[in-house]
Design a protein around this ligand. Sequence first.
Ligand code: ZN
Length: 107
Amino acid sequence: MSEVQRSDESELTALLAENSRLKEQIRQLQDRRDRMYDDMLLWRGIDREGGDTPCKLCGGAGVRAYGGTTTWRGGIGGQMITGDICDKCWGSGNAEKPWLNLRQLPR
Ligand SMILES: [Zn+2]
């Protein structure tokens, strides 16, 4: 075996080891991210392990960004991204248990 081949093989071995180390690090960070998300949902009263499903539109936050200043009310509004209560879960963040639908309130 030539000196060049031996050098290439040791470089390949080192790269494979680094690849494994990085994949493990990615897995650990993804686990940590998922646990952090679950903790934030629990703070909002949404228990994913208990069978609750976070609202798909707001991710469980209960608020979301609207493309106009009228937010969930609709109609003519200014051209500004505006945060307000989510118009799918109405602030609960829970897909199955929405809070009061503000559009159904009498005007
Ligand atoms: Zn929502």
